[in-house]
Write a protein that binds this ligand. Sequence first.
Ligand code: HSE
Length: 287
Amino acid sequence: MIKLRVPATTANMGPGFDVIGLALDLYNTFTFALDGGDCDKESMIYEAAKVVFDKAGASMEKFSYRVDADIPIARGLGSSATCIVGGMVGANELLGAPFTQDEILKMASDFEGHPDNVAPALLGGCVISLPAGDGVVYRKINNIDNFATIAAFPDFDLSTAKARAALPKSLSYADTVSNIGHMGFLIHGLETADTEALFFGLEDKIHEPYRSKLIAGYDVMKTLEEVHKGRVLISGAGPTLLFVTEKSADLEAIKRDWEKISEPLDAAWDIRILHITTTGVEILENA
Ligand code: HSE
């Protein structure tokens, strides 16, 4: 029996569409066994585990799993990535770990179609990743201790498929150059604790302008930036919004102010302080 937990992740961080993500301390916990127990064979968890079993040439006849989920589904916090990473790591452990972490990352990235959620879900922390050649090239950004995050989850969902369908088929040079520039400042700001560069770097022109229209209340929630120092981002494909602020900020006061801002809106917004976790998938029990 293998019990493991996988952290939530926020992808894109403004300009880093499909290439940067951050692990946060909200978890889905999975238990896997080869006991012939009942489980949903149509689920993403089962399908992800099947990739590993098939590649290892092993039978899934006795495979079963259970999930204890704390991450809301289809909200932009990487719940699908936890199912993919959880299913693959669980299957790999049950089979005696025939695949390396890099091989699991490649399989997970292929399964999801982009690596920016699965990489930090697997590795923890803030990860830049890009499929290249036969694998996924990635680096963890160290020293990411200078900022804090507060998430606002609305009570409506938004599928990644719908949020990706809202994107334009092509981009202008001006918007592309803007994102390249802001991404550079973002990485510099993260690595050097230069919060001025970090906040400047969180600007996006290639997905947020299109997706914000799908998130009722986005413009109102964005006004938090007028009251507190920091940036409101769309977390992954949305609809959760993430406020990135200085670590020294009064997070409880920001949370209260964001709750007040959200009160007149039609949807209920659940505002939570989430901490960055540098640990990715964790095996809790292996018996
Ligand atoms: N980078 C992805 C997107 C994350 O924004 O569509 C969501 O899966």
